[in-house]
Design a protein around this ligand. Structure first.
Ligand SMILES: *Cc1c(COP(=O)(O)O)cnc(C)c1O
Length: 336
């Protein structure tokens, strides 16, 4: 089958739940919205990075590494889940955490994902810089420190956004197709947050390889739509190559940056509103950095008439709720 040649270190038993969101759908007055609940993956509060890490971890173990090294923002879900995956495999984890000068409040610097890194006993190396231009350098410096203490590091690219990591979402595409078949539901469209792009690209490559006709729109959380499209197209063709398939045809990768706002991790009013709306209508927790933006992007598509009544849309819930606590002041009802 599709993944026979790619070693996978299982971190959970699928499938994750597929749920309708009738009250949210009614509140928006547009398409029927369902959620694929990858936030409900049981490892360390879950999220999309677990699927990528199943393939990345297998690659690291094959390379006889004993330490996973990665980088990310202070509130990185990827850093949290890389640390958790390392622990599950009996490995150490060293992290290059990029502290942006703009974010100095204690909720952001100490709570949410950052607190969980301490529980997972990851070794944190702080890199206080303004731009994210130097991530590779920071990660290499951490790998050097691991080697200096006698460890064997394996560098996981930011967000697990390598072709090998993307296999996790090609595998998720297969899981989804089987789940839809068993439940007797079909989707016209899927919407997913697009950051490193591995989740988006893996889904596109997997669905294409399976011959499933679902339009996938990646909602940009980091770059504008044009730049993100180039990135995701490149990743999708590399993932397809790993699967032994031709790349998806041009035009398959769709990106939308209507919800991006001023940039990565910046909480906008549209995101704040949709986080409150999803919680109030469905008891569904979205996060300020990824899934809140992805849902705000979906709402924008409904408002522009690109998604409407009679359509069924899948929202891929990629996790991220631990970051809610880092954005307390921006999200609390009275803003206190
Ligand atoms: C990392 C992340 C994303 C984006 O996934 P990519 O594969 O990096 O594009 C979306 N949602 C959450 C919660 C994440 O942590």
């Amino acid at each position: 089958m599709l993944f026979a040649h790619h070693p996978r270190h299982r971190l959970f038993d699928g499938p994750t739940p597929l749920e309708p969101l009738p009250r949210l759908s009614a509140a928006l007055g547009g398409p029927e919205i369902w959620a694929k609940r990858d936030d409900a993956i049981p490892l360390a509060m879950g999220g999309n990075k677990v699927r990528k890490l199943e393939f990345i971890l297998a690659d690291a173990l094959a390379a006889s590494a004993d330490t996973l090294v990665t980088c990310g923002a202070v509130q990185s879900n990827h850093a949290r889940l890389t640390a958790a995956a390392a622990r599950r495999a009996g490995m150490a984890c060293d992290l290059a955490l990029i502290e942006r000068v703009a974010r100095q409040d204690s909720d952001y610097l100490l709570s949410g994902n950052r607190l969980l890194l301490d529980l997972l006993d990851a070794t944190v190396h702080r890199f206080p810089i303004e731009a994210d231009a130097n991530l590779d350098g920071a990660m290499e410096e951490v790998a050097r420190r691991v080697r200096a203490r006698g460890g064997v590091p394996y560098k996981v690219p930011e967000g697990g956004g390598s072709p090998v990591g993307g296999l996790g979402y090609a595998a998720a595409a297969l899981e989804l197709v089987q789940q839809c078949h068993a439940a007797g539901v079909a989707f016209d469209h899927a919407v997913v947050g697009s950051g490193s792009g591995g989740t988006h690209a893996g889904l596109v490559a997997g669905l294409h390889a399976l011959g499933a006709h679902v339009a996938v729109t990646g909602i940009c959380v980091r770059r504008n739509a044009a730049a993100q499209k180039v990135r995701v197209e490149d990743l999708a063709s590399r993932i397809s190559a790993l699967l032994g398939h031709p790349p998806p045809p041009t035009g398959t990768v769709r990106t939308d940056d209507a919800a991006l706002g001023p940039g990565y991790g910046v909480l906008t009013e549209a995101v704040r509103e949709v986080i409150h709306l999803a919680a109030r209508t469905e008891g569904l927790l979205l996060d300020p950095v990824y899934t809140g933006k992805a849902m705000a992007g979906l709402v924008a598509m409904v408002r522009r008439g690109e998604l409407g009544r009679g359509q069924r849309v899948l929202f891929v819930h990629t996790g991220g709720a631990p970051a809610l606590f880092a954005y307390r002041a921006g999200l609390a009802r009275d803003g206190a």
